[in-house]
Design a protein around this ligand. Structure first.
Ligand SMILES: Nc1nc2c(c(=O)[nH]1)N[C@H]1C(S)=C(S)[C@@H](COP(=O)(O)O)O[C@H]1N2
Ligand SMILES: [Mo]
Length: 519
C-alpha cells in the first residue's frame, strides 16, 4: 500500500494574487509612512514622496512644466502628486506580482524605489546630510516589511503539521503594518508642519508705511463694466512657483544676505527690514508663461523697502552684471544688475501685500518685486540671498531651461468681457478689459470688429506706469458670428504686434480676440 498519509505536508508553492498584491502595497505604505515620519524631524521636504515629486518638477522638460502651469494653473501640483501616487501603486503591484514564488524580485524593486528616494534627497542643495535619514529609513522599512510579510505568507520550509499559509497571522501582521504606517505618516506630518509660518505671520502686526501710495482714483477700474478690479485681492492673486510644499519660513528665522561683487557683505533680519521706513508701491506682476488672453497677471499694493537702499549699504561693484537671487527652496533668478540698481525703477524688497504681511504662498517673510520684468527674472519669493556676479558665472533656474536672460514685460491687452463664444444680443455690445506695459505705461487701447476700423476705447485713470490700465468700449455688432480684437499702444509709441509668438523664450505676443455670437 502506498502511504499517502506519510508524505510530509506540501508547503504552498505560490502566493495567491490578493496576498502578493497586499504585500506590495503594505511595503509601499510602510516605506512612505516611515519616510514621512523621519522627514517630520529632519526636514519636511526630505519625505521621499515629496522629494521625488520635486525632482520630477525640476527635471521635466520645460515645455511640459510651462504647459502644466498654463493649463492646470494651481492644480499642477495636486495633479503631479496624484500621478506619482498612481505610478508608485503600480510599482507595488508589480513587486507583489513578481514575488509570488520567492521574494527576490520584489525586494529588488522595493530597493530600487527606495534608492530613487535617497537619490532625490541627495541631489537637493537646500537639505543637509541628516535629511538623508528620511529616505534611508523609508528604504529599510519597505524592505523589512516586504520580507517579513512574504515570510509569513510563504514560509520557506513547511513545519510538519503546519497548514502552510496562516491566514490569521498574516492578517494580523498586515493590519499592524497598515496602522503603524498611518500613524507614522500623521506624526511626521504634524511634526514637519508645526513650525508653521502662519503663526509667525500672524504675529507680525500692522505694517505702517512711512510713504503711502497716493489714494486710488474712483475710475482706476471699470469693474462694474466687466474689467478686472484694479487691486487683485490676495486670495485671487495668481500664483506661480516650483515649490511643491510652500516654504515655511518664520520671520524670526529669516535672513537676507547680499554678497558677491560688493564692497561689504551685509545681512538683514526681518526686524532690520520692518523697522526701516516702509514704502508702498502698486505693481502689476506678470508671468512670462501667460498666453495671449491668459490669467497670469495680477496687481497689488506692495509694502516694503527700496531695494537700492539695501544694495547701497553693500556697495555693489561696477563689474557686476546680474543680481542672482536664491530662494530658501533653492529656486534661483537672475536680474540685470543695472535694473535692480536703478533708483527710478523702484525695485522693492516687499514684506507686505494689500495691507497684510505677505501671504505665505506669495513669499513670506520677504520677496523681491521689480516693476516691468516678468516674474521669473525678478520676483523671487522666500528670498534669502542676493549675489552680485557675472552672467556666465551663474545660471538661474529658468535660464538653464531655455528661457531668455533679458525679459522685460511686453505690451499686451486682454478682453475680459464678454468671454469668448459668448452669446450677445445684436446691437450695442459693451466690451471691457485690461492692458499693460509695466514701467512704460499704456497710452491707448483700440478695439476692432472683424476687419473693421480700429476704434479707441475709454481708458481708466493712469494710476502708475507700473500698473495695468482698464478700458471699455461699446461696439455695434450686427447679427451673426464676429470676432473682436484688442491692441494696446504704450507711452513709447509701440503698438502691439499682430504676430503670434509663444511664451517661450521671452513672452507671448499677438492680439487677443473673442468670438461673439450675436442674435
Ligand atoms: N522662490 C520662487 N520664487 C518665484 C518663483 C518660484 O518658482 N520660486 N516663480 C517666479 C515666477 S515665474 C513668477 S511669475 C512669480 C509669481 O509670483 P506670485 O506667485 O506671487 O504671483 O514669482 C516668481 N518667484
Ligand atoms: Mo512666471
Amino acid at each position: 500500500m502506498s502511504t499517502l498519509q506519510d508524505a510530509p505536508p506540501e508547503a504552498p508553492k505560490r502566493l495567491s494574487l490578493p496576498v502578493s498584491t497586499l504585500i506590495g502595497l503594505l511595503a509601499l505604505a510602510a516605506a512612505l509612512g516611515v519616510g514621512h515620519l523621519v522627514a517630520g524631524f529632519v526636514g519636511y521636504t526630505a519625505s521621499p514622496f515629496i522629494a521625488v515629486a520635486n525632482y520630477v518638477i525640476d527635471h521635466s522638460p520645460t515645455g511640459i512644466v510651462k504647459w502644466a502651469e498654463r493649463t492646470l494653473g494651481t492644480w499642477d501640483k495636486p495633479v503631479l502628486k496624484l500621478g506619482l501616487a498612481v505610478v508608485l501603486v503600480l510599482f507595488a503591484l508589480v513587486a507583489g506580482q513578481l514575488s509570488r514564488r520567492t521574494p527576490r524580485a520584489g525586494q529588488v524593486l522595493v530597493f530600487l524605489l527606495g534608492a530613487a528616494g535617497v537619490a532625490a534627497v541627495f541631489v537637493r542643495t537646500d537639505l543637509g546630510q541628516v535629511a538623508l535619514l528620511a529616505p534611508v529609513a523609508a528604504l529599510v522599512a519597505g524592505l523589512v516589511v516586504f520580507t517579513f510579510l512574504h515570510r509569513i505568507a510563504l514560509p520557506a520550509e513547511a513545519v510538519p503539521g503546519d497548514q502552510g499559509f496562516d491566514r490569521r497571522k498574516f492578517l494580523r501582521a498586515g493590519v499592524g503594518v497598515a496602522a503603524g504606517s498611518g500613524v507614522a505618516a500623521v506624526v511626521g506630518q504634524v511634526a514637519g508642519t508645526s513650525a508653521n509660518a502662519e503663526d509667525s505671520r500672524a504675529a507680525v502686526g500692522p505694517l505702517v508705511p512711512a510713504r503711502t501710495a497716493p489714494p486710488l482714483p474712483a475710475d482706476a477700474d471699470f469693474a462694474k463694466l466687466g474689467s478686472p478690479a484694479f487691486i487683485t485681492p490676495n486670495p485671487d492673486f495668481y500664483r506661480i512657483d516650483t515649490a511643491l510644499v510652500v516654504p515655511q519660513i518664520r520671520a524670526e528665522d529669516w535672513r537676507l544676505k547680499i554678497h558677491g561683487m560688493v564692497d561689504r557683505e551685509v545681512t538683514f533680519s526681518y526686524a532690520d527690514i520692518r523697522t526701516r521706513p516702509l514704502v508702498e508701491r502698486r505693481v502689476t506682476l506678470t508671468c512670462v508663461s501667460n498666453e495671449v488672453g491668459g490669467p497670469l497677471i495680477s496687481n497689488a499694493t506692495f509694502i516694503g523697502v527700496d531695494l537700492v537702499d539695501l544694495l547701497d549699504q553693500a556697495g555693489v561693484q561696477a563689474g557686476a552684471e546680474q543680481m542672482f537671487a536664491t530662494s530658501t527652496d533653492g529656486w534661483t533668478c537672475g536680474t540685470p544688475a543695472n535694473v535692480a540698481l536703478d533708483p527710478a525703477r523702484g525695485a522693492m524688497l516687499a514684506i507686505g501685500m494689500n495691507g497684510e504681511p505677505l501671504p505665505v504662498e506669495h513669499g513670506f517673510p520677504a520677496r523681491i518685486v521689480i516693476p516691468g520684468l516678468y516674474g521669473y527674472v525678478s520676483a523671487t519669493k522666500w528670498v534669502e540671498s542676493l549675489e552680485f556676479t557675472k552672467w556666465d558665472a551663474r545660471q538661474a533656474y529658468w535660464l538653464s531651461r531655455g528661457w531668455a536672460e533679458q525679459a522685460p514685460i511686453k505690451t499686451e491687452s486682454r478682453i475680459d468681457t464678454p468671454k469668448g463664444f459668448a452669446g450677445v444680443t445684436a446691437g450695442k455690445v459693451r466690451l471691457a478689459g485690461t492692458a499693460w506695459a509695466q514701467h512704460t505705461g499704456i497710452a491707448k487701447v483700440e478695439v476692432r470688429l472683424d476687419k473693421g476700423e480700429w476704434r479707441e476705447a475709454t481708458l481708466s485713470a493712469e494710476v502708475s506706469k507700473d500698473t495695468w490700465r482698464m478700458w471699455w468700449i461699446e461696439l455695434d455688432v450686427p447679427k451673426g458670428t464676429h470676432q473682436a480684437f484688442v491692441r494696446a499702444t504704450d507711452h513709447d509709441g509701440y503698438t502691439q504686434t499682430e504676430n503670434r509668438a509663444d511664451p517661450v523664450p521671452d513672452g507671448a505676443t499677438g492680439w487677443h480676440s473673442v468670438t461673439l455670437d450675436a442674435r
